[in-house]
Write a protein that binds this ligand. Structure first.
Ligand code: NAD
Ligand code: TDX
Length: 351
């Protein structure tokens, strides 16, 4: 591929910041535009190491603003989109579903509309939509999500992502827009806002606060290290077939309670605390409304067709993750201030 101006949306967030870094450092010939509204989840300190690079530019803006998005496409002659901007936390979608419809459904539709309006020769472009395994619904103890599994979203978050996936596909089918979609399992690693399970629990263990386990902690998730997700996005962006969907996963399933106990043991060792100190913080709380039981991804298409494999094992990834949060406690305090406090008190007053 030759000179490209790639619009990466949501690049100040958790996964987006790793995708931006991967592209800025690996492809000096590309111009990378990071568009982010800097909501509570977006933080430019996630990108300080690359912010001075010549091929990087940050633009603050909202994907829900269609005029702004259209002008951005015209002004910067955007050739490709990698779309990650979203409201991403299931618990917040239970408290405020409309925010998810606005950003995830309307915002995605605006980007598609701008791409369709501004790209005359569609074969020169790519619109990459980053989605989630949650669109497929919930599994029992057995089985895996395939790319062909019918959609069955069950939370306002997953329904908004499923809607956006469908609208992306409709633009490919109707207008020949060259799209690609990936659906990934739970990510973990540096820069994740401490409202999601792993960073929240690491932060609470450091502060010796209760660890709120929803229900009995028996729900199962598949975990992938975030940099491996960013590398998969790079591979699919360059090698993926237009119109295709690729599942991305870690083949690394954990029940929440087993994962939490592992975190507790590792944190006791790292913090020089007595064995069992962190586990004593475990508090079983009211279950999440509509809590999906199990997610598990079959990513054999990506492995077979594009020769993808994650670099980190869970053992190495979780060590890196814990060490990063222990070394960046100021980051945790910084992102937790402000809007987060309001949400956190509302969240737990409902339990
Ligand atoms: P995040 O919440 O950490 O980051 C989202 C980013 O989008 C933030 O920087 C935020 O400021 C920005 N944003 C939100 N609304 C915006 C708007 N209206 N206009 C412009 N920017 C806006 O999310 P994440 O966990 O990094 O997820 C990124 C993408 O990956 C999402 O689309 C999510 O659905 C998907 N995904 C996440 C996971 C996961 O485990 N976190 C797994 C699979 C897929
Ligand atoms: O305090 C908690 N206690 C708890 O038991 C939190 C925050 C979570 N949980 C449970 C709920 C889930 O079973 O832990 C599991 C993981 O929860 P989250 O970290 O909120 O992730 P999940 O709901 O599985 O969704 C994530 O993976 C798919 C991301 O937030 C989504 O953006 C992604 O699409």
């Amino acid at each position: 591929m030759s000179a490209k101006t790639i619009l990466i949306t949501g690049g100040a967030g958790f996964i987006g910041s790793h995708v931006v870094r991967e592209f800025v450092l690996k492809y000096p010939e590309y111009h990378i535009l990071n568009l982010d509204a800097l909501t509570y989840a977006g933080n430019l300190s996630n990108l300080t190491d690359i912010e001075d690079k010549d091929n990087y530019e940050f633009i603050k803006g909202d994907i829900v603003d269609l005029n702004f998005i259209n002008e951005l496409f015209i002004k910067h002659e955007i050739t490709d989109v990698i779309h990650l901007a979203a409201e991403s936390h299931v618990d917040r979608s239970i408290l405020n579903p409309l925010a998810f419809i606005h950003t995830n459904v309307v915002g995605t539709s605006n980007l598609l509309h701008a791409a369709k309006s501004n790209w005359s020769n569609t074969s020169e472009h790519k619109f990459y939509h980053v989605s989630t395994d949650e669109v497929y619904g919930s599994l029992s103890e057995t089985g895996y999500f395939l790319e062909t599994t019918p959609y069955d979203p069950r939370s306002p978050y997953s329904a908004s992502k499923a809607s956006s996936d469908m609208i992306v596909r409709s633009f490919a089918h109707t207008f020949n827009l060259p799209i690609v979609i990936s659906n990934c399992s739970n990510n973990y690693g540096p820069n994740q806002f401490p409202e999601k399970l792993i960073p929240l629990f690491i932060s609470n263990i450091i502060d010796q606060k209760p660890l709120p386990v929803y229900g009995k902690g028996e729900n199962v998730r598949d975990w992938l290290y975030v940099v491996d997700h960013a590398k998969a996005i790079d591979l699919i962006f360059h090698e993926g077939q237009p119109g295709e969907t690729y599942n991305i996963g870690g083949e690394n399933e954990w029940s929440n309670i087993d994962l939490i106990k592992l975190l507790c043991q590792k944190m006791d060792t790292k913090l020089g605390r007595n064995k069992g100190d962190s586990e004593s913080l475990i508090t079983f709380v009211k279950d999440r409304a509509g809590h999906d039981f199990r997610y598990a991804i079959d990513c054999s298409k990506l492995k077979k067709n594009l020769d993808w494999a994650p670099i980190e094992t869970f053992e190495t990834g979780i060590e890196k993750t814990i060490d990063w949060y222990l070394g960046n406690q100021q980051w945790i305090e910084h992102v937790k201030s402000g809007a987060y406090q309001e949400y956190y008190s509302q969240q737990y007053s409902n339990r």
